[in-house]
Design a protein around this ligand. Structure first.
Ligand code: 26Q
Length: 840
């Protein structure tokens, strides 16, 4: 590993009373003095404000620019190196990258945190205050987008050549406010304050076509070809962000595309005097990358969503082909040897048809060769089994938008179904099931099928999920190509989710087992020999206590609610969705409330129940679930009968930035989805690494978390996936559970009679009705098992030494959940991308 700290060859120019000039050490020096000079420089030359008006925000931008400067040479050297050495590169195509705040992470990865702190102190500033100025680019919904960001961090840290490709949404995920207990969405105008990390490359742009029709023509050699005559053309311009690896020189690239009008087209209208049409076209073009769609948004702007997907995919593939053929000067036949392109779910899966189009229409390759290259280049990661979440596009819309791609998909389909018929003669039902074109409920293009057929590797994101993929949604495909299917259990980066966000634990780990865990998380096993050491357990608790105080302060400032760090922090943070069952956790809270109200002498170990997460704006039930939580919270927090041992908090606007405060402060991690519904979960891993104990179902990666932690260090409840399917097949009747469980009946009755809504029974009626009559995710079926399991949790909490043991062992055994492990598996098993240390 290369030492990043390059001491400057001369001391800072500040010595002579002036700041360092715009070149030289002020751009690359890694000492505190050099950084201080650089910040001063940027305050003058980039921020351009007189000293009298400087705010922490200005210092934030100046420091960020100084830090970006320090990555610049590494960044260029990294790209140059893989070009020179003709290395194989991973392209991670993802509609979402939820990067989180960048400054702290870049300081950590460059190894200059202390230097930056000293530099700022020299300028009269506190680094923590400056770090807190940073907003976050909310360019993702949740798990899938954050996973992409963790993977970029690991790719760079493992020195793997890679590019992340995505969309530079002008508005990220909405920001959430809670007003009268309801979610209110505010647009997230994250770019208004500028983005010091990106470099726009207006010269690096690609044309994007849309709509129109196709024409057949004969080329000069007399071959029949197809030409796409689009209705509209606009362009994508790239914005590049450096992705610095930890403790290495590798600095990879995240390229995000922004949509623009093509000047020449708009000019044509302008020249003919139609100024407003020219402006209009510009506005329409720029709409494409305007806003990130929330998941679970029923039918919202579907057309624009397809346009977004095609937009970033074509720009990315054109960029790859451009680098491959122009900059590297390689033949197209070498494409799969030099590029591994991973599809992060089906969102970029139009890439299969688009690469075929580029190779056949633009590069004149014959079909067979184009298809061979395509399949060998792509891999597909599936992130969901929920049938309603599998992407399909209505055929009529698809053919209007991408007529040439539909032709290509028909051709892919014909050839593919011929193969199916050859393998399974006479099985026309199978053929219909596997077709890329769905016939059910209006014809549609099935994107998961396209991605599977067009990739040489298909994986799920946790062991259970990958098994279920093979036995359910992609069963037919597994039977056809068993060797294509594999599993890569998700992981999270220990740099951000431990070192950066849990400085107390980081310090304790460094002192106890050394610093090697940052790049080899399995070394956390070294903690196991300390579990029996009472002094160590006490230090462990002290760290947690400080983290809880930090979070309590934040909760107080955000909500006005006071929480004692002595209480158990019982946390569920994730997107609000019925399958994740936040309402099941609410039912447990109401159960305790009911018990305390009906048995006044009762004591329960004091707990803070903490929720955080956004509901898709159009998801009615999810929004009512937020209301349920806030209503129960208002009642409980104000009632002296119960608030002596229960508090309920809904933390508004859960995002990466405040997640940094949440995971390190949790005692209990709630992972309570209906078995078989959560593909993996990654929050579950962030909690575990930070020493929270999990209460959970056998779902997603919980299965592996429990296996690693040991069953005695995990609170298990609920139906298994197989049992869930059986209950449903037998005709699930949720009312049976109400009729046979008096406590459950009483709890539902409290909600129904308006106990938490000032006597108004209407507000939460939809939730009660939904549970009693439908309960699609079996919350009532798991209620008793969950509540009883929570009793065990409460008992375990009372023995603080035993609890600390569980907590320590969870961290100690969390090594496999590092994204470094996951990325190493992708590189070895799917991409064939090896390490390429960058000389610098
Ligand atoms: C689709 C069509 C239209 C608009 C939006 C979408 C859309 C956007 C985002 C659909 C889904 C998503 C995000 C899905 C997601 O985050 N899935 C989660 O991925 C994690 C990483 O693998 C897993 O850990 C979670 O289990 C899974 O739910």
């Amino acid at each position: 590993m290369t030492d990043l700290a390059n001491p400057p060859t001369s001391t800072s120019a500040e010595v002579s009373g002036v700041t360092a000039g715009p070149t030289g050490q002020s751009r690359s020096g890694m000492t505190a003095d050099a950084l201080r000079a650089a910040v001063s420089d940027h305050l003058l030359y980039s921020i351009a404000r007189p000293p009298a008006v400087l705010t922490p925000e200005h210092y934030y931008r100046a420091l960020s620019l100084a830090v970006r400067d320090r990555m610049q040479k590494r960044w260029m050297a990294t790209t140059q190196d893989w070009l020179d050495r003709s290395a194989k590169v991973t392209c991670y195509l993802s509609a979402e990258f939820l990067m989180g705040p960048q400054l702290g992470n870049n300081l950590l990865n460059l190894g200059i945190e202390d230097e930056a702190r000293t530099a700022l102190a020299g300028l009269g500033q506190d680094l923590d205050v400056i770090l807190d100025c940073e907003g976050e680019p909310g360019l993702g919904n949740g798990g899938l987008g954050r996973l992409a960001a963790c993977y970029l961090d690991s790719l760079a840290t493992l020195e793997r050549p890679s590019i992340g490709y995505g969309i530079r949404y002008e508005f990220g995920i909405f920001s959430q406010e809670i007003v009268d207990g309801w979610q209110v969405e505010k647009t997230d105008n994250w770019l208004v304050r500028g983005n010091p990390w990106e470099i726009d490359k207006p010269d690096a742009s690609y044309l994007v076509s849309w709509g129109g029709h196709t024409e057949a023509y004969e080329d000069v050699t007399g071959r029949l070809r197809v030409r796409w005559v689009p209705q509209r053309v606009f362009q994508g311009v790239s914005y590049d962000t450096p992705v610095q690896g930890y403790g290495v020189n590798t600095c990879n690239t995240l390229t995000l595309w922004s949509a623009r009008a093509v000047e020449s087209f708009a000019l044509e209208a302008f020249n003919t005097g139609d100024f407003y049409r020219a402006v209009d076209e510009e506005v329409v073009s720029e709409t494409v990358s305007k806003v990130l769609y929330p998941n679970d948004e029923p039918e919202a702007g579907k057309r624009l969503r397809l346009l977004q997907q095609y937009f970033f995919v074509t720009c990315s593939l054109q960029d790859v082909l451009n680098i491959h053929t122009q900059r590297a000067g390689l033949p197209l036949s070498a494409l799969p040897d030099k590029w591994a392109i991973q599809l992060n779910d089906t969102h970029p899966s139009i890439a299969v048809a688009e690469l075929m189009r580029l190779l056949i229409d633009d590069h004149q390759l014959p079909w067979e060769q184009a298809w061979n290259l395509t399949v060998r280049t792509f891999g597909y990661t599936n992130h969901t089994l929920l049938p309603e979440a599998l992407e399909t596009w209505p055929l009529a819309m698809f053919s209007e938008a991408l007529p040439r791609h539909l032709e290509l998909i028909y051709e892919i389909n014909d050839r593919f179904l011929e193969e199916v018929r050859a393998r399974f003669p006479g099985d026309e039902e199978r053929v219909a099931r596997m077709s890329l074109i769905g016939e059910d409920g209006g014809r549609s293009v099935r994107m998961a099928h396209l991605a599977t057929v067009g990739s040489h590797a298909v994986n799920g994101v946790a062991a259970l999920h990958s098994e279920l993929l093979k036995s359910s949604v992609l069963k037919d495909f597994y039977e056809m190509w068993p060797q294509r299917f594999g599993n890569v259990t998700n992981g999270v980066t220990p740099r951000r989710f431990l070192a950066l966000s849990n400085p107390g634990l980081r310090g304790l780990l460094d002192q106890t087992i050394g610093t090697g865990w940052l790049t080899d998380l399995e070394r956390l096993h070294g903690l196991e020999s300390f579990v029996d050491d009472p002094a160590f357990r006490q230090r462990w608790r002290d760290v947690k206590r400080v983290n809880k105080s930090r979070l309590a302060e934040f909760i107080h400032s955000a909500t006005g609610i006071e929480c004692s760090p002595a209480w158990m922090f019982d946390v569920q943070v994730k997107r609000i969705h019925e399958y994740k069952r936040q309402h099941l956790m609410a039912l447990h809270i109401i159960t305790l409330y009911h018990r305390l109200k009906t048995s006044p002498g009762l004591t329960v170990p004091p707990r803070v129940f903490l929720f955080g997460g956004k509901a898709a704006p159009g998801y009615f039930v999810a929004k009512r679930i937020i209301k349920l939580i806030t209503a129960v919270g208002e009642t409980i927090n104000a009632d002296p009968d119960v608030n002596r041992c229960l508090k309920v908090v809904f933390l508004p606007n859960f995002n990466v930035k405040n997640a940094h405060l949440v995971y390190p402060a949790a005692d209990l991690s709630e992972q309570i989805s209906t078995a078989g519904k959560e593909a993996s979960g990654t929050g579950n891993m962030k909690f575990m690494i930070n020493g929270a104990v999990t209460i959970g179902t056998l779902d997603g990666a919980n299965v592996e978390i429990r296996r690693e932690a040991g069953a005695e260090n995990f609170f298990l409840f609920g139906l298994t996936e197989g049992e869930v399917e059986r209950v449903k097949a037998d005709g699930y009747r949720p009312l049976n559970h109400v009729e046979s469980d008096a406590e459950l009946a009483a709890v539902l009755e409290l909600i129904a009679r308006g106990e938490f809504t000032g006597g108004d029974p209407e507000v939460l009626r939809p939730i009660v009705d939904n549970l009693i009559h439908h309960d699609p995710f079996l919350a009532l079926a798991d209620y008793r098992s969950y509540v009883d399991c929570q009793e065990q949790v409460s008992r375990a909490w009372l023995d603080s030494d035993a609890w600390s043991r569980m907590s320590i062992l969870n961290t100690a055994r969390s090594g496999m959940f590092s994204s470094d492990r996951a990325i190493a598996e992708y590189c070895d098993d799917i991409w064939g991308v090896g390490p390429m240390p960058v000389a610098f």
